[in-house]
Design a protein around this ligand. Structure first.
Ligand SMILES: Nc1ncnc2c1ncn2[C@@H]1O[C@H](COP(=O)(O)OP(=O)(O)O)[C@@H](O)[C@H]1O
Ligand SMILES: [Mg+2]
Length: 405
């Protein structure tokens, strides 16, 4: 039998603390489910993780659907500008281990831990002592990322209860992130339908105009031209959308043949040259004969999209340089399309290949669907190639892609 002192009486027992923690957990879960904005949601998850496990900091890493790489989405101990520069390796990091093993991991002292990935501590003034990391996975789904908490307060160790709580939070977080994603997808559908309405109503207005008897011949002609342009836009949008749907579902079949990539580049430049000339943009080409085995029409679609972008988003009197060669010590062909346009911010670069994404200041210009680069990436990936970009605001952008021999 022990006698409780007055002070101990006022402290909640371990049991009560646990109950409080679960109550708080339920409250937080409800909040997560009502948040659809990606970054607001992540912020709430990080805050909840530090609060529930009483730790100093927390971070979320997500698996990139396209590349399978892990990267930081949000960390309470790092500014987001710094986050983007750090990719976390699957081998040689705690988070990578958690993804590959689909299991939680506690490191009570990172000093004795070879798997501890030091780059974050090196890049910030934050000093990590201990880590608890759990996989983020909705029931019966794949692991989408990792939730980590760092430095349990009062120099304590992370407890079994912490593992349980963080694991439950990670499940709720994964569900909320998935929901937000699905919502965005259905948002894409309504965006698509919305985009179709603009040309349709322009055509409707034109037909009404044409029905009037008092139109002059020149008014009639210009109205017909408007209709023609808008119909072209509709055709382009619907066929882009179908292309993308086919590629995304894996239904698109590649028709492989052997051809010279530099020939195809020259062919594409001839097609786009009139648009470049209109804006006094020069196109230079350095292309070595590079024979590859690929779907010629699809690669043509890739080149035409990169070239039209390099023209559309260039400045007047700008330059475009297209290079094509075989990579040294490799059988892969590499193409680079460089422009002298306004460039793309680091933030936008990450979104570039997503469907319907358009940089906000270009959104107003009517030509374009925001589907071109999404299709481009799908085509390159279907060929087991890679695509990426480098860009400097005010200097221009360079798009790179590789295709195996
Ligand atoms: N070379 C480039 N320079 C600057 N911004 C670009 C470039 N290429 C693409 N973009 C930006 O990326 C967005 C998506 O491109 P894309 O998928 O081809 O769609 P679209 O050309 O139909 O708008 C464009 O709206 C534009 O904002
Ligand atoms: Mg485009």
């Amino acid at each position: 039998l022990t006698f409780a002192t007055g002070i101990e009486d006022m402290q909640p027992s371990a049991q009560e603390r646990l109950l409080l923690r679960y109550e708080r957990f339920i409250e937080i879960s409800q909040q997560l489910n009502s948040t659809l904005d990606h970054y607001v949601l992540l912020r709430k998850i990080v805050d909840a993780a530090t609060e529930l496990t009483q730790s100093e900091a927390a971070s979320i890493l997500l698996v990139d659907e396209a590349t399978g790489e892990l990267h930081f989405e949000l960390a309470s101990n790092m500014p987001s500008s710094q986050l983007e520069t750090i990719t976390v390796p699957l081998e040689g990091s705690i988070a990578g281990w958690v993804v590959m093993n689909d299991a939680p991991r506690i490191i009570q002292d990172v000093r004795n831990e070879p798997d501890f990935f030091k780059n974050v501590d090196d890049a910030t003034s934050f000093k990590t002592h201990n880590i608890l990391a759990v996989p983020m996975r909705a029931y019966k789904k794949n692991v989408i990322g990792v939730l980590e908490t760092l430095n349990k307060r009062n120099n304590e160790d992370f407890s079994v209860e912490d593992v349980k709580t963080l694991t439950m939070l990670a499940v709720q977080a994964a569900i909320a992130i998935e929901n937000a994603r699905l919502f965005r997808q259905s948002d894409f559908m309504s965006m698509m339908v919305h985009e179709l309405r603009t040309p349709l109503s322009a055509i409707k207005t034109s037909t009404k105009l044409l029905l009037r008897t008092n139109l002059s011949e020149s008014q009639r002609t210009s109205t017909i031209h408007t209709m023609n342009d808008e119909i072209d836009r509709l055709i382009r949008m619907t066929s882009d959308y179908l292309d993308l749907a086919r590629l995304e579902s894996g239904r698109a079949r590649l028709e492989l043949s052997s051809f010279d990539l530099s020939d195809l580049i020259k062919e594409c430049i001839t097609i786009v040259a009139p648009y470049a000339t209109e804006r006094s943009i020069e196109i230079a080409v350095f292309a070595q004969t590079t024979t590859i085995n690929a779907d010629r029409n699809k690669v043509k679609q890739v080149l035409l999209n990169l070239l039209t972008n390099a023209i559309k988003y260039n400045r007047d009197k700008g330059e475009i340089m297209v290079e094509c060669s075989r990579i040294e010590h490799s059988e892969d062909a590499q193409v680079i399309v460089r422009d002298t346009g306004h460039g793309i911010s680091k933030e936008d670069q990450r979104m570039m290949f997503q469907k319907f994404f358009r940089v906000s200041d270009t959104e107003k210009s009517a030509t374009g669907t925001g589907l071109g680069l999404a299709i481009t990436r799908q085509i390159i990936q279907a060929h087991n190639g890679e695509i990426w970009l480098e860009s400097e605001i005010g200097q221009g952008s360079s798009f790179f892609f590789t295709l195996p021999k």
